[in-house]
Each structure stands twice: as structure tokens, then as C-alpha cells.
Design a protein around this ligand. Structure first.
Ligand SMILES: Cc1ncc(C[n+]2csc(CCOP(=O)(O)OP(=O)(O)O)c2C)c(N)n1
Ligand SMILES: [Mg+2]
Length: 803
């Protein structure tokens, strides 16, 4: 068996030419962006030429040989130029986009599913997240295949990983989850260049990785020596050379690589020179040949890479490839510890151009300087398996969802209970829509009220697993049975994993061609733990519903550490996420019904003239819910009220013409807001009560309408502007929420009303809800005190002194 059994010598030669081309084009793209295009403003961005070069051979082998159209890849962020170069060679990227790399509407600095126009599978940028995304995408592929059998070929989810990227904890959290869930079809290819951004990394990390991956059930393939080195090791003295390489510290290997052939010779002769045959081995090579030999690590050697990848395609076990590389290989920057942001000088680029036989003025020509004729190269590219003509992205048809959701509203209940009941009711059904709901939670399934749904729909696992408590006839409220048909994915506590799982589930329509309705639950304060992953999921336009409960200080006795203050502001600021904080279960039902439609949308439409929100573009949804039982309102929700709830607010009590005070509240403090109105009634006329269901959407609509007016659409009015239009100018507004007061504090800016925002600003106490609301000043009395202070009138008789 030869090393390149599955590839002909001609094809191997072509691959070697393409590798050179990838290296050239990626270096040139960066050079062009920095030295030619943007030179006028003198702004130089990070180099990343070295980072990209490190992966040139690995990506050449993968994209032009190993990958199949059904495979999906997360490319290390700084290898973006390689990715775009490969797409350009495959005819899927334009020269204009490359020339505008990192510029306005140009190819993106880091591969982007949403902003790039070439074939990016997973965005990357914040290191570690794209890696975990491949793992969860493999699990989602298994989920989809178990629920919606199809004859689509199974794909492999591949991450190209920087070695320093492996420091990110979320990767290990994901690996543990992968082990629990029986991960398959996942490859992580580690670019083991032993350099990070700042420096050269610790010695011997590979053996830690190897042990870790094996512990989690992965195959580990070490691609250390290229074919030149392997051949040299077979020569007399070769074993001594191998021993030297294996023992060489990372720093020294990098430094010698940077210095080149003569430095290699000097050092090797010093260390090995008097050991007979190895001297001849060294003497037989020129300085250039010696440098090429020492630089021929496995990760730069196509035959070694192809052999490793080919072998692993025969099974579906998760596989980690540790590929030894040199950061900046093939460039003047190779090996230098400062090369991360380093850029080749114009003179160095000139000499690279010459060595690549690229004529000046022909830098962008696809086959320039290659020795294989253009037709042969094109013929090869035309048969690259990965480069199908059809789109590799799927589309899933819109799934009909109910316009109203059934729920029995009890006289007093919390929004969290309402959520549990809404899902429980959904769980009775068997429509296509219900079959596509998938829930997941990081070990808070029961405490976020998903229990009744799980009882009906079971947990997902590829193999059936009975609930031992049930088979032992021990009474339990919950039926914890696993089956391939189960619709709840149980996760360990790691919140990062929840968000990456949602990111993978929420892209299933595009990756797998099957629409899912993912619902993830967690405690509101722990959003912060997975915030970067949440942002990542939104950036990729994954679609899901995030249910965060309990929240705020309203969780009272659970104590200060669990109280979330800033999450509504996250909800407002997070792009791609519509945040709601309903107070009543009928509001929640309306919001959830709307959400199932909203998360499916993917239009390019202009903002709606009704609310100035981009509802046709769709997005994900965040529901901030509470465990506080609240007396429910008996009412039927008509179409107008439904619209208003979705748009973000409605008048619970419309302010009259003589109104002096408006109270605006959101979420669990509704009873306090209502009580305060009662307390003020005798001394303030026509007090208004504004129920805010989404500060996020109100604010976004307001901003958008202002922008529209500035652009000439003089009649543009947002929902909140219309609601507030009749509030007299002298009126004061008191806003109140169980969160940072900035959440609603901006309401006064709409028409210039004096406003006092009540909320929570400091870490919490433990106590009962009345204790805490009094302590933080969000109870009825505090609302009244604020009203009296900003909207003078006669003293309010029921006001008590504040503590
Ligand atoms: C979460 C996060 N932190 C920091 C950075 C900044 N950063 C970009 S690349 C990098 C180090 C990359 O080292 P490695 O993964 O080994 O890739 P190499 O540069 O060697 O190719 C860092 C710290 C980032 N992109 N994401
Ligand atoms: Mg590195």
C-alpha cells in the first residue's frame, strides 16, 4: 500500500500547485488590503498572513480532495483568507470581494455565514465557538436523521482548530457533552503550529490533547512528519535526526525555521555533527534542501495529510488530527514568534511573487505561475467533489403554526407555570409543527417547568433507554425515558453548550434541510455565562426560543447570586434576538404563537410601516419569565391587543386628558404597578398604566421610525410614539421593572416627559418578594413616592415614608 493509494501522482502534483496558489492568494489578499487598498488612511489591520499560511496544505487537502458536499466546516478565523482563496479557485468567490477583503461589503475578515457570499458553513471569529458548533451540529444531524429519515448522505462536521484555540474552556465542555451523547461524524483538525497570538506555546501539549481526546472516546491521529522527513528517517543516521526533532523545544524549532537553512545546519551539526551517518545525511543536502526537510512537518505535507484523512473516512468515530505545522510556513515570517499580526514587507512580497512565478499585474490570475496547463487545472477543479454546482445550503419549507395556543389560565399563576402548561398542551398534539419542536436545557429541565412536556415527548437518544425508577415501580413525577423519537435533549449544566446546541438546532433548516423549533430553557442570570455563545448563535442567524426563568430579584429567596439585573438590557442590545417580558400568561401565549412564525422568517423585507420593526427578516426570541404567581386578568385578547402585545406595549389603563402621571411597568412587578395606581387615584387624576411586554421591540421600533423620518418618511410613527402621543406634556412618567432602570427609563425621551426609572442597580439581598421590592424601591409605595416627586400636585395621602 502506498501512502497516496487513493490519489494519482498527477492529481497529487496538481494539489501541490493548488496549495502554492492558496498560499499566494491568501498572502496577496492580505497584502493588498493593507498596503495597496487602504494605504491612504494609513490604517493597518492585523496581518494573519502567518496564521493562514499555517493551514494552506491542510485546507488544500481537505477542500480539493477529502471533503464531500454534505460535509460542513468551521474554519479557524484567521484562515479566512485561505478559505476565500479556495472558494475563488473553485469559482465561488469573486475577485472584487477578494480585493475588498475586510473592506465595506468585501470578503469578511473571519468566515461569516451571513455576511460572506461564498460558501461559509459556520461563522468563526470568537475562538472556540466554531469548534463546538461542529460537535453540536453532528449531534443535531443524528437527531434529525432519527426523526426525519431521508436518503440525504450523512455529512461530517469538521473544525479547523488553532492550537491556542484549544485553551478555550467551551471546547472541553462540548467534548464532555459529545461523549455523553455518543458523538459521531466529527473531525477536529488541530493546526499544531505551537504558536498563539502572543508567543510560543508550552511544550508537550500534544500529549495532553491526545490523552484528553482519548478519554472522551475520540480517535487521535498525529500527523507529525511529512513524506520528506519520513524518507530521511529511513536513511542511515535518520533515526538520530528523528530523535533530535522529537526532542527539540518549540521555541527553538520556531526560531531555527525563521532563520533558515544555514542556521539549521549550524545547530544540527553542533548537536549531531559527530554522530557518523547523520553528518552525511545533513551534508548531502544544500541549505535550501535542509530548510525544506526541517519544514516538512506533517501538516505541510499533502501525501501525509491525504493518507491520514483517507484512513479516517472509513469510519464515523469522532477524530482529532494533531497536525504539526509552522506558523507562516512558506513565507518570510515563518516561525517568528511575533508573526501573528506581522505582515510581509512590500519587498518580501515581491520576492514571494517572483518565487511563485507570478508576473507583476497578474497577481489575481487564478493559474498564474503554475506549471500544469490551465485546462488540466480547471478539469481537476471541475471534479472536486466538494464543489458541487447545487447549493450546499438547504431550505426548509415554512411550517404552519397555530395562530393561537391553548392554555387553561388559572386565577393566579406565574409566567413560568404558563410556559410549562403551554408546552404541555402542545405536547398533546401530533401536527407536523409539534413534531418539529425540540427542547433542551442545561440540567434545569424540571425547574424551568419543561417536565410535563418531557413526560409526553420523552428524551432523545439514539438508543432506547428505560427509566429505571419506572421499571422498578418507584413513584416519580417525571418519566425519564430516552428514545430515538424523544424530543428533549438533556444537557449537562454548561450553559455554553446550551447556546451552541441552540445554534446548531437553530440552523437545521439550512444545514440539514429540516426545520426545527428549538426551545432552550435556563435560569435568567446564567445567560451571562453563555453570552458569547448566544451572540455567536445570533450572528449566524440560528433560530430558537430562549426561555429564561426565574429572573430578577423576584426569585427572592434564591439569593443575591442568582438575581439577574442586566439581562433585559442584553435582550435590547443583542442583535437578532427579540426580547419579551410578559406579566400575564395570555400575553405569553400570544407571544409564543407569534414566535413560532417569527423564527421561521428569513425575508429581506423593509421594516413594517405598522411598527417599524424588521419582522419579515425574523430572528430568535428571548422570553424573560418569572416564578412569581400573579393574579391573572379575565379577558379575551382581540387582534388589536394581540398586535400591541407583540409590538411591545398596550394601555392597561389609558391616561385621560387631565392625566398627571403615567406608570409604565414590565414583567413580574405588574401587581405593584396596579396597586400604585389605586393608591394614587384619589389625589392624581386619570393616571395611566402602560403594560410593556417588550422594551426591546418598543425601543427598536422607535429608533427605526426616527431614522425613517430623518430619511424623509415624515409620517413614520412607531408603536410607542403612537401610544404616548396623547400623554399631556406636563405628565410625569414612572417606570418600574425588576431589572436595571435603564430598561424603561428611556420612555420619557420619546416626547420629552419627565421620567423617573425605578429598578434594581445593586447586588441582591435574600428575602421575601415584599422585603426585596421594598428594599430596592420597586414596590407600590416607591412608585407612588416617585410619582409625587416628579409630578407635583397635592400630597398623595396613602404614601408612606420610604425606608
Ligand atoms: C475568544 C477570543 N479571544 C481572543 C481572540 C483574539 N485572538 C485571535 S487569534 C488568537 C490566537 C490564535 O492562536 P492559534 O489558535 O494557535 O492560531 P494561529 O494564530 O497559531 O494560527 C487570539 C488570542 C479571539 N479571536 N477570540
Ligand atoms: Mg497556533
Amino acid at each position: 500500500m502506498t501512502m497516496t493509494q487513493r490519489i494519482s501522482d498527477t492529481d497529487l502534483k496538481i494539489l501541490a500547485e493548488l496549495e502554492k496558489k492558496v498560499l499566494w492568494l491568501s498572502s496577496w489578499t492580505i497584502h493588498h488590503a493593507n498596503h495597496l487598498r487602504d494605504s491612504a488612511d494609513g490604517l493597518k489591520v492585523g496581518g494573519h498572513q502567518a496564521s493562514s499560511a499555517s493551514l494552506a496544505a491542510i485546507m488544500t487537502a481537505l477542500y480539493f480532495h477529502t471533503l464531500r458536499p454534505q460535509d460542513r466546516v468551521a474554519v479557524k478565523p484567521h484562515a479566512s483568507p485561505n478559505f476565500h482563496a479556495i472558494q475563488y479557485l473553485l469559482g465561488k468567490q469573486t475577485r472584487e470581494k477578494l480585493e475588498a477583503f475586510r473592506g465595506y461589503k468585501g470578503a469578511q475578515s473571519y468566515p461569516s455565514r451571513t455576511k460572506d457570499t461564498d460558501d461559509v458553513d459556520f461563522s468563526t471569529g470568537s475562538v472556540g465557538l466554531g469548534v463546538a458548533q461542529t460537535l453540536f451540529s453532528s449531534l443535531v444531524q443524528d437527531y434529525v436523521r432519527a426523526h426525519f429519515p431521508s436518503n440525504k448522505p450523512e455529512g461530517r462536521m469538521v473544525a479547523l482548530v488553532g492550537d491556542a484555540e484549544m485553551d478555550e474552556g467551551n471546547i472541553f465542555e462540548a467534548m464532555l457533552e459529545g461523549w455523553k451523547q455518543g458523538l459521531r461524524n466529527c473531525w477536529w483538525v488541530i493546526d499544531y503550529n505551537r504558536q498563539s497570538l502572543d508567543a510560543v506555546i508550552r511544550e508537550g501539549l500534544w500529549s495532553r490533547y491526545e490523552a484528553l481526546f482519548k478519554a472522551f472516546g475520540w480517535d487521535v491521529v498525529i500527523v507529525k512528519h511529512g513524506s520528506l522527513q519520513q524518507a530521511a528517517f529511513k536513511e542511515p543516521g535518520g533515526e538520530a535526526l528523528r530523535g533530535w526533532i522529537d526532542n527539540c523545544p518549540n521555541q527553538l524549532y520556531s526560531a531555527l525555521t525563521f532563520q533558515g537553512g544555514a542556521a539549521w545546519r549550524k545547530r544540527l551539526m553542533n548537536d549531531l555533527g559527530d554522530q557518523g551517518p547523520v553528518t552525511r545525511l545533513l551534508d548531502n543536502r544544500s541549505d535550501d534542501e535542509l530548510a525544506r526537510l526541517m519544514g516538512n512537518l506533517g501538516g505541510h505535507d499533502l501525501p501525509a495529510l491525504i493518507e491520514a484523512f483517507d484512513k479516517a473516512t472509513t469510519h464515523d468515530r469522532p477524530t482529532c488530527f494533531i497536525c504539526y505545522t509552522i506558523k507562516g510556513s512558506g513565507l518570510a515570517l515563518a516561525g517568528h514568534k511575533d508573526n501573528h499580526a506581522g505582515m510581509m514587507t512590500p519587498a518580501q512580497m515581491e520576492s514571494l511573487r517572483e518565487s511563485m512565478h507570478v508576473r507583476a499585474g497578474h497577481e489575481w490570475d487564478r493559474f498564474e505561475g503554475l506549471s500544469t496547463p490551465g485546462e488540466a487545472l480547471q478539469a481537476f477543479l471541475d471534479r472536486v467533489p466538494f464543489a458541487t454546482k447545487e447549493s450546499r445550503r438547504y431550505q426548509a419549507p415554512h411550517v404552519d403554526v397555530p395562530t393561537e395556543l391553548a392554555v387553561t389560565i388559572q386565577p393566579t399563576m406565574s409566567t413560568q407555570m404558563g410556559f410549562g402548561q403551554l408546552l404541555n398542551e402542545l405536547g398533546r398534539g401530533n401536527s407536523d409543527f409539534v413534531k418539529r419542536i425540540v427542547t433542551t436545557s442545561p440540567d434545569v429541565t424540571v425547574s424551568t417547568n419543561l417536565g410535563p412536556w418531557v413526560n409526553r415527548r420523552n428524551l432523545f437518544a439514539r438508543e432506547k433507554m428505560a427509566d429505571t425508577f419506572k421499571s422498578e415501580r418507584i413513584a416519580s413525577t417525571f418519566n425519564w425515558e430516552f428514545a430515538p423519537s424523544g424530543q428533549h435533549i438533556e444537557l449537562g449544566i454548561a450553559e455554553n453548550n446550551l447556546f451552541i446546541a441552540l445554534s446548531a438546532l437553530g440552523l437545521s433548516h439550512s444545514i440539514n434541510g429540516e426545520r426545527l423549533f428549538p426551545i432552550g430553557t435556563l435560569y435568567d442570570p446564567f445567560i451571562a455565562r453563555g453570552l458569547d455563545a448566544l451572540n455567536y448563535a445570533c450572528y449566524q442567524e440560528a433560530r430558537f426560543i430562549l426561555v429564561a426563568t426565574p429572573s430578577g430579584i423576584t426569585l427572592a429567596g434564591e439569593g443575591g447570586a442568582h438575581q439577574s439585573i442586566g439581562t433585559p438590557l442584553i435582550g435590547m442590545a443583542q442583535d437578532g434576538l427579540a426580547a419579551f417580558e410578559p406579566a400575564y400568561v395570555d400575553e405569553l401565549a400570544a407571544i409564543m404563537a407569534w414566535s413560532f412564525d417569527y423564527i421561521q422568517k428569513g425575508g429581506e423585507g423593509q421594516p413594517s410601516e405598522r411598527n417599524w420593526l424588521r419582522d419579515e427578516t425574523g430572528g430568535s426570541v428571548y422570553l424573560r419569565l418569572s416564578t412569581r404567581p400573579v393574579e391573572q386578568i379575565k379577558r379575551t385578547i382581540d387582534a388589536d391587543l394581540r398586535h400591541a402585545i407583540i409590538d411591545g406595549a398596550y394601555w392597561m389603563r389609558k391616561p385621560g386628558p387631565n392625566c398627571q402621571v403615567v406608570v409604565a411597568y414590565t414583567g413580574a412587578v405588574a401587581p405593584e404597578a396596579i396597586e400604585s395606581i389605586g393608591l394614587m387615584a384619589e389625589d392624581r387624576r386619570d393616571v395611566g398604566l402602560l403594560a410593556v411586554t417588550s422594551a426591546d421591540r418598543l425601543n427598536a421600533g422607535w429608533t427605526a421610525a426616527q431614522r425613517a423620518r430623518e430619511r424623509g418618511l415624515v409620517n413614520a410613527r412607531s408603536h410607542i410614539e403612537r401610544l404616548m402621543a396623547d400623554v399631556p406634556a406636563h405628565c410625569g412618567i414612572v417606570t418600574v421593572c425588576d431589572a436595571h432602570p435603564a430598561t424603561l427609563g428611556w420612555l420619557g425621551a420619546i416626547h420629552g416627559h419627565r421620567t423617573r426609572g425605578l429598578g434594581v442597580e445593586h447586588f441582591g439581598q435574600t428575602g421575601s418578594i415584599p422585603d426585596l421590592y421594598r428594599h430596592y424601591g420597586i414596590d407600590a409605595n416607591a412608585i407612588v413616592a416617585a410619582a409625587e416627586t416628579i409630578a407635583p400636585g397635592r400630597p398623595i395621602r396613602y404614601l408612606k415614608a420610604l425606608p
